[in-house]
Design a protein around this ligand. Structure first.
Ligand code: ATP
Ligand code: MN
Length: 464
């Protein structure tokens, strides 16, 4: 009896003998006089497998001419390999070519640039690099749920369509069923969104935070993990228009607990990948990220540095003469990319948590400190990327929150339900948002966020 096996299973279960069927895509064929070696990958794991094909097979001529990308199904006998680099190989008995590759296959060449692969996003999953990156991404996703579930958090699905705008966390995409050529107008001549599908202006969510806060006030430890959308008009290596975000929220907790949770979670993710994706990380390191594994090991074993914004500004001001920043650091400004880089690559080599930002550069819902000038906010910054997490303790006092809404020229009536949380059994609480693709960037060391999203959406491009 022979049955279909994945290469992952063969290796994991140390299957060294017996008759099996394997299916996958050819990487290359090496010929000799009496036989040829077909090296293929089936996607289940980073490891390729070698098939030995004897010239006596009836379709040998065709097999020996196969090119990279050909899909195959092979029945054969497993045996311990004498060659280096693999434990087992397959002795082919029946070799079926499932799909040939036409001559214009774009990925024929061995070395293809990341730019070129972005243009061929529908094919790039076939490369070893993208196989590795997306298996790592899968592991991070699984580890995320595992981490929060182990800590007794509940996963809440917050809405994707929403009529509230989460304090303008980002530019929003409008969702409407109105006829764009002939929209209904109100008496001021403006588009009348009360006639729109939801009876109000509606957008794709930029964050699930305000919604998940409601659930935190009942279930205490909760998290979201889902897609968010921002009509970014900047072209950077770390912004997408569609990305996934993880947003935990905890009740009866302050900023210190939130920061501790963020550190524990990040270290858990990295540890999980180090132990579950060693081959993937090794491959990515070799191809794109020199020193990757050692760097990741360094992150999990070292203390994460935590400084206040005020201290960060002092550090940056002291470094300004030497670094000659484009934007002069000064208390009150938002940290620029160059500042974030200095903090994580110059001042310290590794993640840095910056806390207690000026209230004027942060959102209305963040907890006002007794100094009246700063809020209990934190950003986690990492080398190469900058901000990877943004979080805060939330303002739980009704009066202070109302005052902040007014100060920031927002309208109380838009947030009536959010204010209700402070009226009925309020409690200190807080949470953060981690951009999932930025975390994948960090763990893989890939420079461009478009290379860790299957089909990235950015301004001017929603292809595929
Ligand atoms: P940035 O300053 O980098 O634009 P932000 O301050 O807008 O970030 P938040 O609103 O705090 O970010 O969102 C929480 C997290 O979501 C960020 O720390 C980041 O990891 C991620 N994030 C934000 N915008 C994007 C984006 N356009 N693409 C991918 N991830 C993003
Ligand atoms: Mn932003």
């Amino acid at each position: 009896m022979s049955s279909l096996h994945s290469v992952k299973k063969i290796i994991k279960d140390r299957i060294h003998e017996g008759s099996v069927v394997v299916e996958g895509w050819v990487r290359f064929v090496r010929k000799s006089k009496q036989f040829c070696f077909v090296v293929f990958n089936d996607g289940s794991t980073q490891d390729n497998m070698q098939i030995v094909v004897d010239a006596s097979l009836s379709n040998y001529a065709e097999i020996s001419k196969m090119i990279n990308g050909t899909s195959i199904s092979v029945l054969g006998d497993l045996r311990v390999s004498e060659g280096k680099g693999q434990a087992v190989e397959l002795d082919a008995k029946e070799f079926t070519i499932v799909g040939h590759v036409e001559a214009d296959y774009p990925l024929q060449k061995k070395a293809t640039s990341l730019e070129f692969l972005r243009e061929n996003a529908h094919l790039r999953a076939r490369t070893q690099l993208f196989g590795a990156v997306f298996r790592v991404k899968n592991a991070l996703s699984y580890a995320t749920h595992r981490f929060f579930q182990e800590q007794d958090f509940y996963w809440i699905h917050t809405p994707i369509l929403t009529a509230s705008d989460c304090e303008g966390a980002g530019e929003m995409f409008r969702v409407s069923t109105l006829d764009p050529k002939n929209p209904p107008l109100d008496d001021k001549g403006e588009i009348d969104y009360t006639k729109d599908y939801f009876g109000a202006p509606t957008h794709l969510t930029v964050s699930g935070q305000l919604n998940v806060e409601c659930f935190s006030m009942g279930l205490n430890k909760v998290y979201t993990f889902g897609p968010t959308f921002r009509a970014e008009n900047s072209h950077t290596h770390r912004h997408l228009s569609e990305f996934w975000m993880i947003e935990p929220e905890i009740a009866f907790a302050g900023l210190d607990e939130v920061a501790d949770l963020a550190i524990e979670y990040m270290k858990y993710l990295i540890n999980y990948c180090l132990s579950h994706c060693p081959k993937e990380l090794e491959f990515i390191e070799k191809r794109e990220s020199p020193g990757l594994v050692e760097r990741l090991q360094g992150v999990v074993t070292s203390e994460v540095v935590k400084i206040t914004y005020t201290k960060a500004i002092e550090i940056l001001e002291a470094a300004h003469a030497k670094e000659n920043f484009e934007f002069a650091p000064k208390w009150g400004i938002d940290l620029q990319t160059e500042h974030e880089r200095y903090l994580t690559e110059g001042f310290h080599q590794g993640p840095v948590i910056v806390t207690d930002y000026p209230k004027d550069i942060k959102a209305f819902y963040m907890k006002l400190s007794d100094d009246g000038k700063t809020v209990r906010a934190m950003d986690v910054l990492v080398p190469g990327i900058g901000e990877i997490i943004g979080g805060s303790q939330r303002e739980e006092k009704l009066d202070t929150l109302k005052k902040r809404i007014k100060e920031m020229n927002l309208s109380e009536s838009d947030y009536w339900w959010y204010l209700d949380l402070r009226k009925y059994g309020t409690a200190p609480h807080g949470g953060f948002g981690l951009g999932f693709e930025r975390m994948v960037q960090y763990v893989t060391g890939l420079h461009n966020i478009r290379d860790v999203m299957a089909f990235p959406r950015v301004q001017g491009n929603a292809k595929f």
